[in-house]
Design a protein around this ligand. Structure first.
Ligand SMILES: [Fe+2]
Ligand SMILES: [Fe+2]
Length: 248
């Protein structure tokens, strides 16, 4: 079994601990080294994704995006567990809980690619009230993050989920309706992938929405009934339930 040593920065320590607890990853060894801790872990994939988060938080100053992907990763697992599907095995990589966590963590990974960083920083400034113009051209560039994220992901199951995370909204993108044949580009296209991409889209949109009520509008009619192994319901019903439970 491959083990990975990982030294988290202070800021992500809390996130990492939360994630590991949710994913039921045992902290096999935990050694205090000053204010940092070293974990010896046996899920090397996860460690590399967490290195990516560290990069986001520590080096390239797109903190909102870092916080956002953390939220989506953790909230995605909560939603999976609320639906009672967290433990269903869906891919070689693991169960629904793990798939939602990894997908949440990497779904906007394209935003740290060199060609997009300045764009993302600008959008964060605009969201925070800067008077700069976020132009059509900026928006077009921003939309590229989906396919860049997908290209950076090796696992076709996860790639399938993240390639679809903006196709259920009103201004959907990329503008391809079914992602039919190009598995290399768009990943796997199984009922599970489609179902989980819808869950990811709801959690993603919810976390980013300034006005949470808009999530209700956008996803009101989204159907989540594509797979026998997963619960049949509509997006609106799920969102209502998540609100009622205080998860959203
Ligand atoms: Fe996105
Ligand atoms: Fe996102």
């Amino acid at each position: 079994m491959k083990k990975t040593e990982y030294i988290p920065g202070d800021e992500i320590y809390r996130f990492l601990s939360k994630a590991m607890a949710s994913l039921e990853i045992p902290k096999q060894e935990e050694i205090e080294t000053g204010s940092k801790k070293i974990f010896e872990r046996d899920i090397s994939d996860l460690a590399s994704e967490i290195n990516y988060i560290n990069e986001l938080l520590g080096k390239i100053e797109i903190g909102e995006t870092a916080k956002h992907v953390e939220n989506v990763a953790l909230k995605g697992m909560e939603v999976a567990d609320y639906l009672g599907i967290g433990n269903i095995e869906v891919s070689e990589r693991g169960n629904v809980r793990q798939a939602m966590f990894i997908s949440g963590l990497v779904h906007d990974k394209g935003k740290i690619s060199p060609s997009m960083r300045e764009n993302v920083k600008k959008s964060e400034r605009v969201r925070n009230g800067s008077m700069e113009q976020f132009t059509q051209k900026d928006m077009q560039n921003m939309k590229r993050h989906v396919l860049v994220s997908a290209e950076l992901e090796e696992d076709p199951f996860i790639r399938g989920i993240i390639a679809r995370h903006h196709i259920y909204q009103k201004n959907r993108y990329p503008k391809i309706s079914l992602f039919p044949y190009d598995e290399k580009k768009y990943g796997e296209r199984s009922p599970e992938v489609i179902y989980l991409s819808k869950l990811l889209a709801i959690v993603d949109c919810y976390d980013r929405a300034q006005d949470k009520e808009r999530v209700m509008e956008i996803y009101a009619r989204l159907k989540l009934n594509r797979c026998d192994r997963l619960p049949r319901m509509k997006g609106k019903k799920l969102i209502d339930m998540l609100y009622a439970e205080g998860i959203f």
